[in-house]
Structure formats: structure tokens, C-alpha cells
Design a protein around this ligand. Structure first.
Ligand SMILES: *Cc1c(COP(=O)(O)O)cnc(C)c1O
Length: 358
């Protein structure tokens, strides 16, 4: 059987070495070991060390394992916001982050532009006193990127505010200077090419201190996954609950593999593949990239306008062994989405574009 190649934005194509690591994990009984024992503590420690190395995350940052990335939004709202956060909203995921703050009874501000647009410099202003600036670095629902320099400039203008960024579909491609970042989160079924069921939250010392101070004021930060509960177990190299040990193990292995391959090469190839895809559609007679302004085009999740033709394109490509996604939500029939993750090779992308229906 010829295997399909998944260009879906998540879950997506598994990283090429995942299969072998799963076999090894089964041989070594990883799914059966106790999450309160030494072997698990060793895996936990090793995965965190590899991830920190791969993404250049400072030693002082804490890394917590959750069930998903969606959980990350909720934990950030619960643990770091007393009254107000500011959200840059231009798609379904940034909107969900904002809505989570509303659901928790906070008073969030929203800076909103239409789906598919980015935020011009003139919009990069937040109200004084906002506690946390929440940004979706790669808005997967529309293929829009929030340039990382703009995150840095927001932090420079608002040093007292925390910065929280959703890097679910851009990690580990996105290259961050954590001097300007307090909270970041992702899940593993996108850029890391792993089976779903694990979220990762990065917490700066300032963000952790904020949670402590809110707790001292008597605020409830959640239960088993409050930052304080996470940290109590983190000190023992454990998680509060029985975790997805298999995925934690696999994440460590994939980080090592990516380090061996070289993260700068992975980033360079991602840029090359993105250029191939955008160039193809910039010159296409009918289909065009949804995000017209090049500076806001995401490299890792690419949305193309295909008015009325999504279903046809998806099924034609499927017959040739390529699985791509339709537009998000209301865009289902009029757009397609193509993932460009480290698990997709340059030649995979070339074959996909060659097979694209005329
Ligand atoms: C996929 C995605 C999420 C949600 O991730 P889950 O693992 O499904 O919780 C959040 N934000 C962005 C930008 C995403 O692409």
C-alpha cells in the first residue's frame, strides 16, 4: 500500500522517526512504567532538557505538561490574570483565547482585525495596566502570522505586562528570544509531528511570580493544573496526574532528532517550502493565497482561496495520496489549508504542487 502524505494542519504527517521511537518505547515498556518512579523522572527531565536546547528556552523557565494547547489558554487566564488581558484577534484561535478570558469573568480588551489580516504598527498599542498581552503567533484558522518583532516591541512598550503567545502551529520553527516572552504554549501534533494528546506550557519566572501573588490574594488558580500544583510536582520531576508518558518520551526523542538534523536547517527548509507554495499560488490563474500582505503570511500553515472548489481539490489530491485540509469553519467550501511542518520534505511539497488540480 502506498502511504498517504498528510499536509493537514494537525494532526499531520508524523515526523519520519516517530514510528521507530514508538517501537522502542513499546519494547521498553514506557506506557506501563509508573509516573511516580525514577524511570519516568528521568524521561521527564530529559525531554525538558532537549526541548529547552532545541528552542533555546532559558533554564529559568518552567515547562509543564498539559492535555492540549487549548488547555494552555485556560491555564494562562486562570493563573496570571486578576482583572484584564489584551487580545489580538484575527481568527478562530485568537478569538477562543479572548473568549476564555470572558468565560472566566475577566475584563479582557480585544484588538480585532478581519480574518486573514495582520496587525499594522498603528494597532500595536495596548491599554496601560493590562496584565497580559495575548497573541496568536500563527493563526492556523487563516494562515496569518504575527511578526515576532512586533511581539518584542509590544513587550518593550509595556514592560510591566506579561506576554503570552500561542505557538501551537509555528513551534519549533518560530525562533523566539525569550527575553520578551513570559508564557508560550503548543501541542505536539502540529510542528513536532507526534500523535495528539500532549500540550506544553512554558512559564517565565515573572509569570510564575504573578500566579503566586494572585494565589496569596486568595484567588483560585484552578485545581490540579494550577501553576502551583504543577510546580509542586515539577520539583519531583512528575506531573500532578497520570500523564501521557508515551508522548512525553516521544517529544524528547523528536527534539533530539531535530537537534541532530539542526534547527537552523529545519527553519531554512521551512522557508524554502513556504516560498515554493506561496510562489505557486501567487502565479496561479484562479487560486490565490488568502493572506495578501506578505509580511503577515504564515510559513507553517498556509491558506489558499479556492472559491467553491475546496471539496473537489481535496478529493482530487486524496486520490493521488495527498491529504490536505479544507478552510476553517465558515471557510470550509472556499479555502484550503496546507501545513508546512518539519515532517514535510522539500520533495513532498514539490510532488504535492505537481499533483495540484489545474
Ligand atoms: C491547533 C491549535 C490550537 C488547539 O490545539 P489543541 O491541541 O487542539 O488544543 C490552538 N491554537 C492554535 C493556533 C492551533 O493551531
Amino acid at each position: 500500500m502506498i502511504k498517504d502524505t498528510y499536509f493537514t494542519v494537525g494532526p499531520s504527517q508524523l515526523y519520519p522517526t516517530v514510528k521507530d521511537h514508538i517501537y522502542t518505547a513499546l519494547e521498553e515498556d514506557i506506557p506501563s512504567i509508573s509516573h511516580r518512579g525514577d524511570r519516568f523522572a528521568h524521561i521527564y527531565e530529559s525531554t525538558i532538557a532537549s526541548l529547552k536546547k532545541l528552542m533555546n528556552i532559558p533554564e529559568s523557565f518552567k515547562i509543564y505538561f498539559m492535555g492540549s494547547a487549548t488547555e494552555g489558554m485556560e491555564r494562562i487566564i486562570q493563573n496570571t490574570i486578576g482583572v484584564s488581558s489584551t487580545h489580538f484577534v484575527n481568527g478562530a484561535f485568537s478569538s477562543k483565547f479572548y473568549q476564555t478570558a470572558v468565560d472566566y469573568g475577566k475584563k479582557p480588551e480585544k484588538i480585532e482585525v478581519p480574518f486573514g489580516s495582520g496587525f499594522d504598527k498603528s494597532l500595536l498599542k495596548v491599554k496601560k495596566g493590562t496584565e497580559c498581552i495575548c497573541i496568536t503567533q500563527c493563526e492556523t484558522s487563516t494562515g496569518t502570522a504575527f511578526p515576532i518583532e512586533d511581539v518584542y516591541s509590544l513587550k518593550e512598550q509595556n514592560p510591566a505586562a506579561l506576554t503570552a503567545i500561542d505557538i501551537v502551529s509555528s513551534a519549533p520553527y518560530v525562533h523566539l528570544d525569550f527575553k520578551y516572552i513570559d508564557l508560550a504554549f503548543f501541542s505536539v501534533q502540529k510542528g513536532f509531528g507526534l500523535p495528539a494528546g500532549l500540550g506544553v506550557l512554558l512559564v517565565s519566572p515573572a509569570a510564575f511570580a504573578k500566579a503566586e501573588s494572585l494565589s496569596q490574594k486568595g484567588m483560585l488558580l484552578g485545581s490540579y493544573h494550577s501553576f502551583l500544583s504543577f510546580e509542586k510536582y515539577n520539583l519531583k520531576r512528575q506531573t500532578p496526574e497520570t500523564p501521557n508518558s508515551l508522548d512525553i518520551y516521544l517529544l524528547g526523542k523528536i527534539c533530539e532528532d531535530m537537534l541532530a538534523r539542526g534547527i537552523s536547517l529545519i527553519r531554512k527548509e521551512t522557508d524554502e517550502k513556504a516560498a515554493l507554495i506561496y510562489n505557486f499560488f501567487d502565479h496561479h490563474k484562479i487560486y490565490k493565497p488568502f493572506v495578501s500582505d506578505k509580511k503577515f503570511r504564515a510559513a507553517t500553515t498556509i491558506t489558499i482561496d479556492t472559491p467553491g472548489r475546496s471539496a473537489q481539490i481535496v478529493s482530487s489530491l486524496q486520490k493521488k495520496g495527498f491529504i490536505i485540509g479544507r478552510g476553517y469553519g465558515a471557510f470550509k467550501d472556499d479555502k484550503i489549508r496546507i501545513a508546512n511542518f518539519p515532517s514535510h520534505s522539500v520533495s513532498d511539497v514539490q510532488s504535492l504542487l505537481r499533483s495540484f488540480p489545474k
